[in-house]
Design a protein around this ligand. Structure first.
Ligand SMILES: [Zn+2]
Ligand SMILES: [Zn+2]
Length: 341
């Protein structure tokens, strides 16, 4: 089969490799669509501490089951399926206290989807493999993982009806946050530096769009748009830039909450005004990954067709064009790309 194999930072080769052999508790899926994601960009540029090369890139995908291990009961050949990229162990300290996203024995697999076939291991079959309902395309279903992460952020934000929410970053994640915040009944301000992303944000329901390139002081501008210029009830960071983490926190009103979602480069730090934090009773919350409960919710929302995911796909490419696609993600051209092997 054809696969995009990662060897070293910025070294990915399109290769012919054997189709994965499955064990008796696994299934083999013919990948119908795989999506690019911010994590792929990080992986491509600097590798990953959890994965030693060579490995196949890609972790957001949907496809058709072509082979089923003897011990697999729930899934059958020709089923259309989507899988999340991890599964918790269910017995470590964090799993027991209900923080499965922090599982100490996380079975996590951030690779394998930029290929014609992928095997689905047992822990993921158990928790995070779903049959795609009729009327939902492979491409729509493939949003399962990013949507589950964003649902995690939204649930922890505890947005209330009528809240004013700012989202810093109008990439695919920011635009998913936007749609979910609107579903929660919030008024949403979204900040970015790309005209195209902001106009898409407007189309997807943003109440205010702000281009950071045209602002002297984005914190002040956002605060001026809130009741009594106090600041927003909830501020969400979806850019992964330490400076933006700081401005996100600064946009929150007293008693409000900042959700820090975008992962920053290693060994970076931020500054927080201790007075604002203490006397303002701010809540600052880091959000990472998802749990089986969040993937289940994401699966339901995709099935209900209440989220516009198709607008977040800039273009479709074949697997043969993978190098072109990687170049585009490096230069941050477009939002998300669908790869059709
Ligand atoms: Zn992803
Ligand atoms: Zn665990």
């Amino acid at each position: 089969m054809k696969a995009a194999v990662y060897y070293a930072p910025e070294k990915v080769k399109l290769e012919k490799i054997p189709i994965p052999k499955i064990k008796e508790e696994e299934v083999l899926v013919r990948v119908k669509v795989a999506l690019t994601c911010g994590t792929d960009r990080k992986l491509y540029l600097r590798g990953h501490p959890l994965f030693s090369p060579p490995f196949i890139l890609g972790h957001e995908f949907a496809g058709e089951i072509v082979k089923v291990g003897e011990k697999v009961k729930k899934f059958k050949k020709r089923m259309r399926v989507v899988a999340a990229n991890s599964a918790p162990c269910h017995h470590c300290f964090y799993c027991k206290i209900g923080k499965e996203e922090l599982c100490e024995n996380f079975f996590i697999r951030l690779s394998g989807a930029f290929a014609e076939y992928i095997n689905i291991p047992k822990p993921i079959i158990k928790d995070n493999l779903f049959e795609i309902p009729e009327g939902i395309s492979y491409q729509e279903a493939a949003f399962l993982e990013p949507l589950a992460c964003v649902i995690h952020g939204i649930e922890e934000s505890e947005i209330k009806l009528g809240d004013t929410v700012v989202i810093n970053g109008a990439g695919p994640i920011g635009l998913l946050f936007l749609q979910l915040a609107k579903l929660q009944g919030a008024r949403v301000i979204i900040v970015d530096l790309s005209k195209e992303r902001l106009s898409l944000a407007h189309k997807l329901g943003a109440d205010e769009i702000l281009n950071i390139n045209q602002l002297k002081d984005e914190v002040k501008t956002v605060k001026n748009l809130t009741l009594g210029k106090r600041g927003v009830d909830i501020a969400i960071e979806a850019a992964g830039i330490p400076k933006v983490w700081e401005s996100t926190i600064a946009m929150v009103r007293r008693g409000g909450k900042a959700i820090l979602f975008g992962g920053c480069p290693p060994k970076t730090a931020i500054k927080i005004d201790t007075e604002d934090f203490h006397y303002g009773e701010l809540t600052i919350k880091g959000i990472f990954h998802h749990t089986p409960d969040y993937t289940r919710k994401a699966f339901n929302l995709i099935g209900q067709k209440v989220i516009d995911t198709n607008s977040l796909i800039t273009a479709q490419y074949s697997l043969g064009e993978i190098k072109k696609v990687l170049k585009k993600i490096i230069t941050r051209e477009g939002l998300k790309f669908a790869i059709i092997p």
